[in-house]
Design a protein around this ligand. Structure first.
Ligand code: ATP
Ligand code: MG
Length: 589
């Protein structure tokens, strides 16, 4: 039993200006966290309790799935990251912590970095432990502070520079076993998020810089999320928009025959798809080819999509580039001999074609057949451009962003799009990390052949999950904690705390509640009732018991669920039993 006066729960009446979204405001107002710096938060006692509960549920589900807990350091040798397969990408987000020698100068290459994740650390470590197939089939995890130099930390714990993650890594003998592990961990994730009281969906995701075979993200639908999820209620299809496809290009599409010779025409002042779609040209956006240039690992390349489509940059990593950015105007001019607004990928019109590492056509441009594109000349466009005859394409691929209402790739019904918060991400990695002689994780199979372990990796944003719960479970008065993650399950609000009788009844009911398995907070402060009720609602304790002088005279205490309006009056003699049975019910529902 915890007395409010003996702990520290600094609730706030007003929302601090730093908080933009409701869950962030409530984290601060309920006294769960305090900001230390941009993206850096202290967990106050109440927040720490929630953190422990969420971590413990995670631990239980990971253990139940056969995973084994360990703990790696957070300060890591930079060398080990440099030797790994994605240093160039990950270094952007890693904090470095100087050199080991005392005389280190700030200009020296860092010797240490703060861990943003641990594939590069656990793979060689396990690699040097294992030798035979008998050592395989293990999944390790840790719950640890991670560090990422996010450019725009925001929304409190949602995108922080230091946050708590559960990260797991599996090592299996072959693909089939690795996939079984993947599904077992996915099952643990389903249970974990459900026990946290979250409504969530698991969606197909883009493995991104992890490479690997496939991956799923765990998404909590919320307006304030950073991700868009595409889904179909009919077929159950769901994917991150970075990965989502639609049935927009039929499998049996026959490419259109040319309709005539290429014909240049003047388009003074026209630099956008929209302008060309208007009078006097009237060329619909879905009949225009849009050419966009990017730089991937220092190489220029072009992507052609329909004028009505957007490029989904995440899909460009399927071209094999690691670091991708839009090309600058100067880079574009050097290669194309023209500026954005006049670009086209027609054979023979590109000033310096060898400068382009490739020109890639989005599949949906095949729907155009014959269309219009820029002439690589100022104020000129070209019509009758036939996809197969005229465009200088290296290959087709899926590079476009799926839009709401397009047909589901499975059912053909209109797709929906919703914002969501990513709380977990699992990857079937394959051998990307393990298949390296000096560095990877290899073993001898039953035939004494050396083979790389087939890996998977599994992340949960523990601290982000806490905020996602608040985002999803709240009202205008405050947080409504789901039972399993509530910092306390029961709050006993003592209205006349100097009454001996009230204090001893609080202790009696509190003990009974604890015996029934609840964590109990007794609000023994000498505040006005209104303040205490408001605070109880704000910090979101699921069950409130109110003990006051008047009730004592009448022989009753009050019981109220945070979730419901009605207040139940219960006789003092029965209070301990009724509270205990209510707790058992809440805990099991
Ligand atoms: P995001 O796309 O949101 O940046 P990520 O793809 O970088 O996430 P992972 O590397 O897969 O994330 O990390 C595993 C989990 O850690 C994520 O699913 C997310 O819940 C959490 N996470 C990642 N970055 C942050 C952050 N800056 N603050 C809080 N939690 C984070
Ligand atoms: Mg990230």
């Amino acid at each position: 039993m915890q007395y409010w006066s003996k702990t520290y729960i600094p609730t706030l009446k007003e929302s601090p200006a730093e908080a933009e979204i409701e869950s962030h405001k409530l984290l601060l107002r309920a006294g769960l966290v305090r900001k230390i710096g941009g993206g850096l938060y202290a967990f106050l006692p109440l927040g720490k309790r929630v953190l422990e509960k969420v971590s413990q549920i995670c631990r239980e589900e990971m253990n139940a799935a056969g995973a084994i807990e360990l703990l790696m350091p957070a300060v890591l040798p930079a060398e080990q990251w440099k030797a790994g397969p994605r240093w160039n990408v990950v270094r952007e987000v890693m904090y470095s912590v100087g050199s080991a020698s005392k005389s280190a100068r700030p200009t020296e290459e860092p010797q240490y970095v703060l861990g943003p994740t641990h594939e590069e650390i656990i793979t060689p470590m396990i690699g040097s432990e294992i030798s035979s197939y008998r050592d395989m089939g293990k999944t390790f995890y840790q719950i640890q502070t991670k560090f990422r130099n996010e450019i725009r930390p925001r929304y409190g714990l949602m995108r922080a520079r230091e946050f708590i993650m559960k990260d797991g890594y599996s090592f299996d003998e072959d693909d089939e076993k690795a996939e079984a592990t993947y599904h077992r961990i996915a099952g643990a994730y389903d249970k974990f998020f459900a026990r946290c009281g979250l409504t969530f969906i698991s969606v197909e995701a883009d493995p991104g810089i992890m490479g690997g075979a496939f991956s799923h993200e765990y998404m909590v639908p919320a307006e304030v999320g950073d991700d868009d999820v595409v889904y179909c209620e009919e077929s159950g299809y769901s994917a991150n928009v970075e990965k989502a496809t639609s049935g927009i290009v039929p499998g049996d599409l026959v490419d259109a025959e040319p309709v005539g010779d290429l014909e240049k025409f003047e388009t003074p002042g026209v630099k956008t798809i929209e302008k060309l779609a208007k009078d006097p040209f009237n060329i619909p956006a879905n009949e225009q080819f849009k050419t966009l240039l990017f730089v991937g690992d220092e190489k220029l390349f072009a992507v052609v999509v329909r004028g009505c489509d957007q490029v989904e940059e995440a899909k460009l990593s399927s071209l094999g580039y690691q670091v991708i950015r839009p090309a600058t105007v100067d880079e574009i001019f050097e290669a194309m001999g023209a500026y954005p607004g006049s670009l086209g990928a027609i054979k023979g019109t590109i000033k310096d074609r060898p400068k382009l590492d490739g020109i890639f056509g989005d599949e949906a441009i095949r729907l155009i057949g014959n269309g219009v594109t820029g002439a690589n000349e100022k104020a000129m466009h070209v019509k009758n451009v036939n996809v197969s005859r005229d465009l200088d394409l290296d290959r087709f691929g899926d590079f476009r962003k799926v839009q709401e209402g397009e047909p589901c790739p499975k059912s053909g019904k209109p797709l929906k799009v919703a914002r969501a918060i990513e709380v977990g991400h699992i990857f079937k990695l394959g051998t990307k990390f393990s298949d390296s002689d000096q560095w990877g994780a290899k073993f001898h199979d039953a035939e004494k052949q050396t083979r790389p372990a087939v890996m998977g990796c599994y992340g949960i944003g523990i601290s982000r999950t806490i905020q996602a719960v608040i985002e999803q479970s709240r009202d205008e008065s405050g947080i409504k904690w789901p039972w399993n993650v509530a910092p306390y399950h029961v709050i006993i609000t003592v209205l006349d705390s100097d009454l001996e009788e009230a204090a001893s009844l609080a202790e009696k009911i509190g003990s009974a509640a604890e015996a029934a398995g609840a964590d109990v907070l007794v609000d023994d402060r000498s505040e006005r009732p209104g303040v205490k009720f408001k605070d109880a609602d704000l910090i979101g304790i699921p069950l409130r018991i109110t003990i006051g002088g008047r009730g004592l005279k009448e022989g009753i205490v009050e019981m109220k669920l945070r979730d419901q309006k009605d207040v139940r009056k219960i006789a003092i003699d029965e209070a301990a039993d009724i509270v205990a049975s209510e707790i058992r019910e809440l805990a099991s529902s």
